[in-house]
Design a binder for this molecule. Structure first.
Ligand code: ADP
Ligand code: TRP
Length: 323
């Protein structure tokens, strides 16, 4: 039996990149026989960037509603909010003391964030330690993440190894990253990686009008309508190919290569694909967001389910360190 664990930061409403890169692959894995899945909302991580309590709370509900709407079976798995299990911050401290400073200084995500953000706080710097604690606190075997999180996973393994060597015992289980290669990085409307922080998202749970505006606003080159277009350098095509079946993709490729097919046509086809694929999830999402008590109840049930596991692991670590 493999224990699968993954977290999603509560920094707004999940977008298409989050759905394709994290939520859907996670749900798929959770359905495989013999797996038990721990999926949680990383609301302590989001404090590195969101200081407004109401905004964070709203984001937690939005993320939870997204997982539920996309079909995560919370009854047969573990679904919880990071901050409901404060043992994670205790483990973070122990791991910090086994983490070489240069390891954190070399983190791509810290370099990236410290270049971009005006509030460069220590929480951003120690972010990978909290993430390692998230994983190690539950003896996770496999961690499905996008490629951008690979370095964090390597760090989590290094930290676990360092603590184990430090106490001369296999106290912490080393997790494996599961990178969904077929999806890799979902591009945003401007061609860079889709990310809330770049303002280039396709918000699959947004009202129809906004969703349409985002899709129609995808950046393309200025090849005239009549001329053939290169699908392999086009953002719209890349997104289309991530969502469509094989026959649809090959037809779209022919449309591009044949000419007399404009980017506007391709965008319309992409929008239709998104709306069809997510119509049920969008309705479920709206229903849940109008009754957040239902979401809250699910999170409380989840916290009760994981608490004993976290307690047991922290006890083990404390004892190994002589506390
Ligand atoms: P954002 O960059 O929008 O703030 P997060 O950092 O909260 O997104 O990412 C949450 C999860 O979604 C992570 O597992 C991450 O790997 C995945 N993810 C985010 N953006 C993308 C993307 N553009 N393509 C693939 N996966 C993504
Ligand atoms: N850092 C991850 C992200 O930005 C979210 C996260 C927090 C996470 N803790 C985790 C992912 C533990 C996997 C395992 O996407």
């Amino acid at each position: 039996m493999a224990r699968i664990l993954t977290g999603i930061q509560s920094t707004g409403v999940p977008h298409l990149g989050n759905a394709l890169g994290a939520i859907e692959p996670g749900i798929e894995i959770s359905k495989q026989a013999g797996n038990e899945s721990f999926f949680f909302i990383a609301d302590l991580h989001s404090l590195t960037t969101i200081k407004d309590a109401q905004e964070r709370k709203q984001s937690v509900y939005a993320v939870a509603a997204a997982w539920l709407a996309l079909g995560f079976d919370v009854e047969n798995n573990f679904f919880y909010r990071q901050s409901d299990i404060p043992q994670v911050t205790e483990l973070t401290w122990y791991l910090s003391c086994f983490t070489p400073y240069p390891m954190l200084a070399n983190a791509h995500s810290f370099k990236d964030k410290s270049d971009r953000l005006s509030d460069v706080n220590a929480g951003l710097f120690t972010y990978p330690v909290l993430m390692a604690a998230d994983i190690l606190l539950y003896d996770a075997d496999q961690v499905p993440v996008g490629k951008d999180q690979q370095q964090h996973l390597e760090m989590a393994r290094d930290m676990a190894g360092a603590l184990n060597r430090g106490v001369n015992s296999e106290i912490l289980k080393l997790p494996e990253a599961v990178i969904r290669e077929s999806v890799k990085t979902v591009p945003g409307t401007d061609g860079q990686k889709m990310s809330k922080s770049y303002g280039n998202t396709i918000d699959l749970f947004a009202p129809a009008k906004q969703l349409k505006k985002q899709v129609m606003g995808i950046t393309t080159d200025s090849t005239p309508l009549e001329e053939p277009k290169n699908p392999d350098t086009c953002n719209v095509f890349t997104l289309y190919a991530l969502l469509a079946d094989e026959a649809q993709v090959s037809e779209m490729r022919q449309n591009y290569l044949g000419g007399n097919y404009g980017y506007g046509h391709a965008k319309k086809a992409l929008l239709e694909l998104i709306v069809n694929r997510y119509s049920e999830a969008r309705a479920k999402y709206d229903a849940l967001m109008s009754e957040p008590e239902i979401i809250e109840e699910q999170l409380q049930i989840g916290a009760e389910k994981v608490r004993p596991i976290a307690n047991e692991v922290v006890k083990r670590v404390r004892a190994s360190l002589g506390y």
